[in-house]
Design a protein around this ligand. Structure first.
Ligand code: ZN
Length: 543
């Protein structure tokens, strides 16, 4: 990585001349600024003082304490990754997989899973700050589990009130919204009115509603409809998480999905989506099982899987679930991380079954059963089409997000998106395939999420904005992580700054941890002209 920096003539020099202290802490010179708005790049220097961008244009070098020459490079706002699972970022505060792909702000608490105490999370972050800025949602599954365990039923009025209190408290403590993961236990047991009630609490506090929807394939349209209804009923801004079509027999349904988003926007629902630029997803192994099988935790699950009659029924339902999606077996399912036998990491379920002598669909289901009995696994699922990925990418209201946690370099065989998502967009989809322009890609990684999440002073290269910046070479930027070898950092991104501090310099992590806790700006509800449904929340309180 150092070599790249040297080849491109990047130099860093200190100019602490004269008696007067310089006006700027750092001036980035010689680059082309693409400011995040979507407009074309222009040659400009960027001056930074006290963690903020204080001038953009032609800047007198003598006024700089330090100069970073980035001739030939793009200077863009730091990328904002609104869909992460970096809930315990302080455990690996360097957040190396994020910063090395240009991500400077992450949002945790997605897919319904978050810290249960948001105030404690921010306190923890302050104690052990990270190299990235940190923000979080409050998760439905977290709140529901705290109040109702993993029970498969509707909440009582009392339980509903307790869940609302937890969401309210999280919002007061700085959460930026409420997330659901309706494909997971226990969120999968909830009905729409419950979510409306809880999302409204977040909306009334200025928060948005982010959803990993109930279904992203066979029931994609119905799931989008539910998500949009929740936006309509609560007035919440809506974020459709990792928008995709995950069933081969539904490939092409992205056209309809995007039409639904357009129609909703035309009616005043402020809905956007995010995606990762890959044709494979990553999730738990449990998601492949009927949700009733997972109710009550590992003991109950084991009982069901160990009962011959129940297992026969589960197998039948699993076959049905696969067939419904146009899939014949589990060869699309690859093991990312299997604690009880890490030697299987990287293999598909079919390959594991073959190793045992019989690769038939039936034998694959037996492998899945054994793995669930041994505690489950995280998986990579290859079941999308690149046509859908590209169509979704071209939509102006879809941004990019990795869906990743902070990764431990070398551990397991995770989805490569956690190392490469943004770099892959810039290298593969912008430079090679020309699916979208560079300016548009950057807008989708910066101002689009900043506006939607109400991060008031991030997402643009502008005066008074936080000096979160990524400096990359548009001719060489590329992801370095593949499905086979996911532990690889991108190339062509030599410098990354967070709050004015270089966290990546000449391609190397500097060890600095200038990340800040980020909460949303307080914007009065309805300020964009949209008024929520009047009548308060009582209407939906029947359970
Ligand atoms: Zn998700």
């Amino acid at each position: 990585m150092k070599v790249i920096g040297v080849l491109l003539g990047v130099t860093l020099s200190a100019l602490a001349l004269g008696a007067q202290s310089p006006r700027y802490d750092l001036v980035i010179t010689g680059g082309t600024v693409i400011d995040g708005s979507g407009s074309r790049g222009r040659r400009a220097d960027v001056a930074i003082a006290k963690g903020r961008i204080v001038a953009v244009g032609e800047i007198v070098r003598a006024e700089a304490r330090e100069i970073l020459d980035v001739t030939g490079m793009i200077v863009a706002p730091g990328f904002i990754d609104v869909h992460t699972h970096a809930d315990e970022v302080w455990e690996r505060p360097r957040a190396e997989n994020f910063v090395k792909m240009g991500v400077t702000t992450i949002v945790a608490g997605n897919c319904g899973g978050s810290a249960d105490d948001v105030a404690a999370s921010f306190a923890r972050f302050e104690q052990t700050p990270a190299s990235v800025n940190f923000s979080t949602l409050i998760g439905h599954n977290t709140v529901r589990r705290a109040v109702m365990g993993t029970e498969n039923r509707l909440p009582t009025i009392g339980e509903m009130a307790r869940m609302k209190t937890l969401v309210w408290k999280a919002m007061a403590d700085g959460a930026v919204g409420f997330s659901t993961g309706l494909q997971y236990v226990p969120g999968t047991y909830s009905k729409t009115p419950e979510i409306i009630e809880l999302a409204r609490v977040a909306a009334n506090a200025g928060g948005l509603y982010a959803s990993h929807m109930r279904n992203e394939g066979t029931q994609l349209e119905a799931s989008i409809e539910e998500t949009l209804r929740i936006g309509r009923m609560t007035g919440a801004r809506v974020q459709i998480s990792h928008l995709k079509v995950d069933s081969p027999n539904r490939w092409g349904a992205s056209t309809k999905a995007l039409e639904m988003i357009d129609a909703a926007r035309a009616k005043g629902i402020d809905v956007v989506a995010d995606q990762y630029a890959y044709t494979a997803a990553s999730s738990t192994l449990g998601i492949r099982f009927p949700s009733w099988v997972l109710e009550g935790g590992q003991t109950k699950l084991s009982e069901r899987l160990n009962d011959a009659e129940t297992w026969a029924r589960i197998k039948e339902e699993m076959r049905g679930l696969l067939a419904e999606r146009g899939l014949e077996d589990l060869s699309f399912a690859r093991i990312a991380s299997y604690r009880s036998d890490p030697t299987l990491n990287g293999l598909s379920i079919r390959e594991v079954a073959q190793k045992k002598g019989d690769g038939s669909p039936g034998a694959q289901l037996e492998v899945a059963r054994e793995m669930m009995l041994a505690g489950g696994a995280s998986m990579v699922y290859h079941f999308m089409s690149d046509e859908d990925v590209q169509r979704i990418m071209k939509h102006p209201h879809v941004g990019f997000a990795s869906d990743s946690g902070v990764l431990a370099f070398g551990s397991g065989v995770p989805h490569p998106r956690g190392y490469g998502n943004n770099a892959r967009v810039l290298g593969e989809y912008v430079r090679h395939r020309k699916v979208i322009s560079l300016e548009e890609a950057i807008r989708k990684m910066t101002s689009l999420p900043a506006r939607h999440f109400h991060f008031a002073d991030r997402g643009f290269v502008r005066e008074r904005y936080a000096a979160d910046l990524v400096i990359f070479d548009p001719a060489t930027v590329a992801d370095g992580a593949t499905f086979e070898r996911p532990h690889g950092y991108p190339v062509g991104i030599p410098h990354v700054l967070v709050n004015g501090v270089l966290v990546v310099k000449d391609g190397e992590h500097t060890g600095k941890t200038p990340g800040q806790g980020v909460t949303a700006a307080k914007v009065p509800k309805g300020s964009k002209g949209f008024q929520g449904v009047p009548g308060g929340s009582r209407r939906f309180q029947r359970f």
